[in-house]
Design a protein around this ligand. Structure first.
Ligand code: SAM
Length: 302
């Protein structure tokens, strides 16, 4: 998504050094490699081994100009050079191949798919593990935090149901959400926010983003640009806040309310390239409905 907008923001040029933390199918990565030909370099990763394989195949012709690894972008500072890059990109969330592959359990369109949702299927608890073991209050909180209006009722129904029949498939959970919270004329499937909440928790997406932003920022040379594409308000809020703090000209005690007399002056570390988030145009949204939620924010390292 937002490919043209990302290129306008990152300005990849011949010889440029870039990082793509969510290379997925390699769409953005290919455009960056092309624009930095013949001697630029791209470090890139994805936590999904299947995505990495797809990206490897798509980017094969630039083989000598990239370092492609399986991993979380939050760990990038451990293997990507620091303080030298011209740009870093993260395009958050799930990819279309992940949503379309019924075996991954991200979507509720596939009836009998296993309720998994791990982007990296080699580690960690699945969505089914959470649904079958979390206490009712924790489930309700998880759904409520993701703006699900029927959070409490859905959590209660899950706990009642799982004692006799543990959840194994996406269809079982989607069916329960529809039975508990479905109303005639609803615009989206009644399980949408429940599935999204589980996916965010299963993959610790919030944690990766909070750890990842300072890590990616540390890779950039002065003048280098950080571009983040987010897909829901919770993510966008974290990105916006990180950028706000880097661009201001003082430090403030963490956690406390910001009071002028508590501020320690310092030079700003960044400059906002986008005052408001950049969104996809109508043409892209009608081609790809997922683009409708995408927000791009860009900041330049000073
Ligand atoms: C929207 S897709 C990216 C698409 C890609 N920009 C392209 O042009 O094809 C998001 C990808 O990010 C990956 N991902 C999400 N969070 C990640 C993280 N913390 N570290 C590494 N990869 C992550 C997912 O596995 C998925 O493949």
């Amino acid at each position: 998504v937002l490919l043209a907008e990302v290129l306008t923001a990152l300005l990849p040029r011949r010889g440029g050094l870039f990082f793509d933390g969510t290379c997925g199918g390699g769409g953005h990565a290919a455009a960056i490699l092309e624009a930095t030909s013949p001697d630029g370099f791209l470090w890139a990763c994805d936590r999904d081994p299947a995505a990495l394989e797809a990206a490897g195949a798509r980017l094969a012709r630039w083989k000598g100009r990239m370092d492609l690894r399986h991993g979380n972008f939050a760990d990038a500072a451990g293997w990507v050079p620091r303080g030298r890059l011209n740009g870093a990109l993260v395009d958050l969330g799930v990819s279309s191949p992940q949503l379309d592959d019924s075996a991954r359990g991200f979507g509720f369109q596939h009836e009998g798919a296993s309720l998994d949702m791990r982007m990296n299927p080699t580690v960690g608890a699945t969505a089914a593990d959470l649904v079958n073991t979390l206490p009712e209050e924790d489930l309700a909180e998880l759904f409520r935090d993701n703006d699900e209006p029927a959070a409490k009722r859905i959590a209660r129904a899950i706990v009642r149901e799982r004692t006799s029949r543990p959840f194994r498939t996406t269809g079982a959970l989607a069916g329960l959400a529809a039975a508990v919270a479905g109303r005639p004329g609803m615009r989206r499937h009644p399980a949408t926010l429940v599935f999204q909440a589980l996916r965010i928790r299963v993959n610790d997406e919030d944690g990766s983003l909070r750890r990842g932003l300072p890590a990616l920022w540390s890779l950039l040379a002065p003048g280098g640009r950080l571009a983040i594409i987010s897909f829901h308000s919770g993510e966008d809020r974290v990105v916006k806040e990180f950028m706000r703090v880097e661009c201001r000209d003082f430090d403030a005690p963490e956690g406390a309310a910001d009071q002028p007399h508590m501020r320690t002056p310092r030079a700003p570390r960044g400059r906002l390239v986008t005052r408001k988030p950049v969104e996809a145009g109508e043409a892209e949204c009608s081609r790809n409905p997922r683009a409708r939620c995408a927000k791009l924010r860009v900041m330049e390292r000073l």
